[in-house]
Design a protein around this ligand. Sequence first.
Ligand SMILES: [Zn+2]
Length: 271
Amino acid sequence: MLSFPPTWRPHSAECTDHYDNCPVNEAEENQPHFQGVTGLRNLGNTCYMNAILQCLSSISPLVEYFLSGKYITALQKECSEVATAFAYVMTDMWLGDSECVSPEIFRSALGNLYPAFMKKTQQDAQEFLIYVLNELHEALKKYHRRRSYEKGSIPRCCRKVIANESSIITQLFEGQLNYSFMCLKCESCTYKNEVFTVLSLPIPSEYECSLQDCLQSFFQQDTLAWNNQIHCSFCETKQETAVRASISKAPKIIIFHLKRYGFWHFVRFFF
Ligand SMILES: [Zn+2]
């Protein structure tokens, strides 16, 4: 998982958020209600939360997991408030009769663990998403003892047994990045894998660009120079290094986070 917390907060002047307690007007009442097309009441600057819940509620395998009750058998603790409250919200959104439901119970469950989300202030949507996914994973994870096989024929006693955690969250959203590092002096290469759940992409233009542009920017080769040079074990000194990322294991469903303000994502390897 990408470990950097997001660094931006929307400026209050840009926010058109408000506490939504207006009664549903007659024209809206007469609209047909489509299953799953359900609004979320704004609890006071909770647009960040509603946006994430709407995104999650449109992911069919995730919704099916909660609506079918499969999550109950996977619950780690007898009472995981976040997972249970998430199931309630998804059920209300998909199986309820209302055009708009309140996510109050879900906010309270998460707010008990992270009080910042109880404040009526803007929060970062991607940060909120990470907390939600982490809490759902912790509540629903199972341990698997997985055998890994080395190359070639090895005796049974030498097989490694690795404890592995998996949940509906890792099954749907977890992927793996592979970073290759090439010393620009001796051209020797080293590789590093990193698991991710959310892929944070830079926005390469101040004006207009496509998701494809963001992806190209993320996966293009970068050069670590000056203070960011890294140690080459062959040259035995710090050298300029070319770095390139690729996806070595694609998740079933990939979550992109577009970074409004960029930072150098490779920095986390070296400090
Ligand atoms: Zn080298």
